[in-house]
Write a new protein. Structure first.
Length: 234
């Protein structure tokens, strides 16, 4: 099994596929793995998922392809070192591609959950076809949340911005694209708690009149109420 996190270059993933087979698992995603106790409790939940999933899978992981550059975060690099020291076979890589692919999933009329599912699946497998766009009524900026139930609050006319849009475009370290939003579209700026991207989210929300939220493990009633009210009133 090949574990990966972030957005490694496609050619590195293909090299891993040639050596270790076609069974991939995205370690960023919450799978219900028990806490490994390796990382601090007050820490980014996505990074905790990576370590917890790896420890839970153990010897089933032939290799971990780890994004450790600007396309991920310093935490991604630290986690790679920790996993190496724990005995995992880790390939550290950076994705500095700056040639943007066309973006159609982010601007389509799919449900927001399906948009994010398809975008993250495109890290390993290219999507088969372009999708027709829709006129946006709302925006979702940021990374895929640990708790996907947040996405159920948004209408299918929600466009995707931020790092997730960069992933669809194949340029996860493209800060210019990550900063892009449509000024006239009411946008929720989301980060995981304890994430360095909170600085960007707060700045952009203030600049464009959006809603800035952060969530640790699960969506709280307070966050649900804020997002529901923002969507309804805008």
């Amino acid at each position: 099994m090949i574990g990966y996190y972030g957005h490694p270059p496609r050619e590195v993933l293909e090299e891993a596929r040639a050596r270790f087979g076609n069974d991939f698992i995205d370690l960023d995603v919450a799978t219900g793995a028990p806490s490994s106790g390796v990382l601090p409790r007050a820490y980014c939940k996505i990074l905790s998922n990576i370590v917890d999933n790896a420890v839970n899978l153990g010897d089933r992981l032939a290799v971990i392809v780890a994004s450790v550059g600007e396309e991920k975060c310093d935490g991604g690099r630290n986690v790679a070192v920790i996993l190496e020291k724990m005995g995992f076979n880790v390939v550290q890589t950076t994705n500095t591609n700056n040639l943007r692919r066309p973006v159609t999933i982010s601007t389509s009329g799919l449900s927001l959950k399906e948009k994010l599912d398809r975008i993250m699946a495109s890290v390993v497998r290219a999507q088969p076809r372009a999708l027709p766009g829709c006129r946006p009524t709302h925006g979702f900026w940021g990374v895929p949340p640990n708790d996907y139930s947040l996405l159920d609050l948004f209408p299918p006319t929600t466009h995707v911005y931020g790092w997730t849009r960069c992933v669809e475009a194949g340029v996860p370290s493209d800060l210019e694209l990550e900063l892009h939003v449509d000024p006239e579209v009411p946008t929720v700026f989301f980060t995981q708690s304890f994430c360095a991207k909170q600085a960007l989210a707060k700045f952009l929300a203030g600049k464009y009149g959006g809603l800035c939220i952060d969530i640790d493990t699960s969506v709280t009633d307070s966050i649900l109420a804020k997002v529901e009210a923002f969507i309804a009133l805008t």
